[in-house]
Design a protein around this ligand. Structure first.
Ligand code: SF4
Ligand code: SF4
Length: 230
């Protein structure tokens, strides 16, 4: 699977880039921006977020505290096999009608102490993204100047804690993605399957019309079959 090999190389390269990204530079950015959350809650709504992706460890914890019904296959399925079944690298939290996170109630998170890792680090991030001019570069803070307070005093210790948490999350995300790609490669080879873009597009059209589809979610090293319809 050449397409996969190129992607796995890219992700491995990205992991090395995150590990090597100089902490001093990241610390300088965090302290210069001086971001402080004002608890407006917009990152729990569709205004900032169309889904909350769950690392496997998040999904396990959420199942324990809120049950499996709080989870859905993460959107934007990555593959569709030649039998019309979709595959995705993990779960996301369910949304409420209107798009808010299922745990966002009365302006607060119902499961704050068990919230997913991505909620703990937002708006900090460390991955490469394309800017408006098409240049790809590291992005460290999301939604700048659209939320929260700026130019506050951030201690070196607090900045270092943020850096550790962000690097840990970004690496865990890429490792889950890599493990998913390896699993897909094995699964397709073992069962004589291949990715079909034609069936992917057709399945998505049917899904949007309200038909049920099968999605295989990569969770704890295995695929879990889920039925999905709008
Ligand atoms: S889990 Fe909690 S913190 Fe995270 S998006 Fe949902 S409501 Fe917000
Ligand atoms: S992180 Fe930003 S969007 Fe989320 S609650 Fe804080 S200020 Fe609001």
């Amino acid at each position: 699977m050449t397409r996969n090999s190129t992607k796995t190389d890219e992700f491995e390269h990205e992991i090395c880039g995150i590990i090597d990204f100089p902490d001093d530079r990241f610390e300088e950015i965090i302290r210069e921006v001086g971001f402080v959350c004002d608890c407006c809650g917009r990152c729990c709504t569709s205004e900032f977020n169309d889904h909350v992706f769950l690392l496997d460890e998040d999904a396990e914890r959420i199942i324990e505290v809120a049950g499996k019904e709080a989870l859905r296959p993460a959107p934007y399925y990555e593959f569709c096999d030649n039998l019309g079944r979709f595959y995705v690298m993990g779960y996301a939290l369910m949304n409420k009608p209107g798009g808010s996170c299922i745990f966002y109630t009365g302006g607060r998170c119902e499961h704050y102490s068990d919230r997913p890792e991505i909620c703990r680090i937002f708006p900090y991030m460390l991955h490469r993204e394309e800017d408006d001019e098409g240049n790809i570069d590291w992005r460290q803070i999301g939604g700048m100047d659209r939320h929260g307070l700026y130019h506050s005093e951030i201690s070196v210790e607090a900045a270092r804690e943020i850096i550790d948490a962000v690097k840990r999350y970004e690496i865990a995300f890429l490792r889950q993605k890599l493990a998913f790609l390896h699993k897909i490669e094995d699964h397709f080879r073992k069962h004589g399957l291949r990715h079909s873009q034609q069936l992917y597009d057709r399945g998505m059209r049917e899904f949007k019309r309200g038909e049920e589809i099968e999605v295989y979610v990569f969770f704890m090293g295995e695929f879990i079959m889920e039925k999905r319809s709008i």
